[in-house]
Design a protein around this ligand. Structure first.
Ligand SMILES: Cc1ncc(COP(=O)(O)O)c(C=O)c1O
Length: 463
């Protein structure tokens, strides 16, 4: 283990900091009763694919900050671009016809990067939830501009995750993410996730893809196609447990949406910028969406940034409007923040110049294969799934029957704590352990990550 212990004065200071954190800091997704008793994990430094906690414990960052620090934690060109931008223009808004050089450069860079996908323009925001909200709002406005004034409904997948704003939360497919804040936005409906390990229909991938796409079509017909604005989904469902859809699912979904005039929104907040082994998740399925939600890896997480990418089909309708109804009544003080834009321009240059998605596509298959071995190795691992550098490990009460873990089970947390002791930061979401290391992780570091994860599972299985 890589631990350098703090001296007593440091230890006292850290204890005070932890106590202040528990008292004053409302944590994102925190359980405050638990935090007050257990205290937080405090991460103080990062370099490459590693982070250090306040106790001097060096960990492989198995979560890339939070699916975000794709270029690792010490990418000098991104840091330099941020510092240079702070010297040049730390902030100005982009409201009502104002702009600045980084907003223009980043728009052009993104549109060039996504030209093969049919993207014509981008609208900026502060993160993934914002990017989703922007996509949902543009989808409704697009239909209104075309005279389809009743098209306001959204359809989404169960197990989907689209952030925490009221729109995104309403299309989220996990009820436990919504319960505390109900009622949700009216007009949001869910169909089954194309989830091979857990579905009521079949264990055949292609059949499942067809069945769920047909379910989408039935739902659109049931709602009335002239009332449905958009279908939103992640190319690979991330927070819901890294659910990789059958290969035919997205192409079929594209056909269904086109047939009924429903916009297809790809939530690429996680899958965008190389995580699945292609620059965008939709490219894994050879599909062009109508709107894309982008965030996280866009700036390697160094400065918060979100973007909604708009296809030519949608942009043309806004461009052609002369009535005034195409006015965008949306945007944030910090939309296209110059420092975030500078970080993103530098990030995207490295992603392309160093073919980071290609690196992922080369190193990930052996890693995925090795991790699937956990199913044979560990009695309480039911399923291991993933693509690229997205990995989900589902823990179960009974592998033979696939019985789910009781909600109160502390098994995933125990494995995460063991992994931490072995020098690996992981993330737990319900019964799943989710791994998403920086995309620039080396093959050797990825092997080490796998060994530490196996050791953690072995330790808990033996206990
Ligand atoms: C697919 C997806 N959409 C949206 C979001 C929300 O992004 P943010 O937390 O930046 O608001 C997330 C966050 O993990 C996500 O995974």
């Amino acid at each position: 283990m890589n631990v350098s212990r703090p001296n007593p004065a440091d230890a006292q200071r850290l204890a005070r900091l932890r106590d202040e954190d528990a008292r004053h800091h409302v944590h994102a997704w925190g359980n405050h009763h638990a935090l007050k008793t257990q205290g937080p994990n405090m991460i103080v430094r990062g370099e490459g694919a590693h982070v250090w906690d306040a106790d001097g414990h060096r960990l492989i960052d198995g979560v890339a900050g939070l699916w975000s620090s794709n270029l690792g934690h010490s990418c000098r060109p991104v840091r330099d671009a941020i510092v240079a931008q702070l010297d040049e223009l730390p902030f100005f808004n982009t409201f009502r016809g104002t702009t600045h050089p980084r907003a223009i450069e980043l728009s052009r860079t993104l549109v060039d990067l996504m030209a093969p996908d049919g993207v014509a323009a981008v609208m900026f925001s502060n993160g993934g939830s914002d990017a989703v909200e922007g996509a949902l709002k543009l989808a409704r406005q697009y239909h209104k501009l075309r005279g389809d004034r009743d098209r306001h409904k959204f359809i989404a997948l169960r197990q989907g995750y689209h952030g925490v704003h009221f729109g995104g939360m309403s299309v989220n497919g996990s009820t436990n993410f919504r319960r505390a804040y109900e009622p949700m936005l009216p007009g949001c409906f869910h169909i089954d996730s194309p989830w091979l390990y857990r579905n009521a229909y079949t264990r055949d991938e292609a059949e499942l893809g067809r069945l769920v796409a047909a379910q989408l079509e039935r739902e659109i017909q049931f709602q009335g196609p002239d009332t449905v604005a958009a279908f939103i989904a992640e190319p690979i469902q991330g927070a819901g447990g890294v659910i990789v859809p059958p290969a035919n699912f997205w192409p079929l979904v594209r056909e269904v949406c086109s047939r009924h005039g429903v916009l297809l929104i790809a939530d690429e907040v996680v899958t965008g910028f190389g995580r699945g082994g292609a620059m965008f998740g939709t490219r894994l399925w050879d599909v062009k969406a109508d709107l894309w939600c982008l965030a996280k890896g866009i700036s390697s997480g160094y400065v918060p940034l979100g973007a909604t990418a708009v296809s030519a089909k949608v942009a043309d309708v806004f461009d052609a409007d002369t009535s005034g109804a195409g006015q965008i009544a949306h945007g944030y003080t910090y939309s296209a923040h110059p420092v975030a834009a500078a970080a993103a321009i530098a990030t995207l240059k490295i992603l392309v110049d160093e073919d980071v998605p290609g690196h992922v596509a080369r190193i990930a298959p052996a890693f995925q294969e090795r991790m699937r071995g956990l199913v044979q190795r560990v009695p309480f691992v039911g399923d291991v799934r993933g693509r690229g550098l997205m990995l989900g490990i589902e823990m179960v009460a009974d592998r033979a029957t696939r019985a789910t873990l009781p909600r109160a089970s502390d098994l995933p947390a125990r494995v995460a704590r063991a992994a931490y002791r072995h020098g690996l930061m992981t993330r737990v979401s319900g019964p799943n352990m989710i791994l998403s290391p920086p995309l620039v992780i080396s093959e050797v570091e990825l092997d080490l990550l796998a060994s530490r994860l196996e050791a953690a599972f072995d330790e808990v299985a033996a206990a």
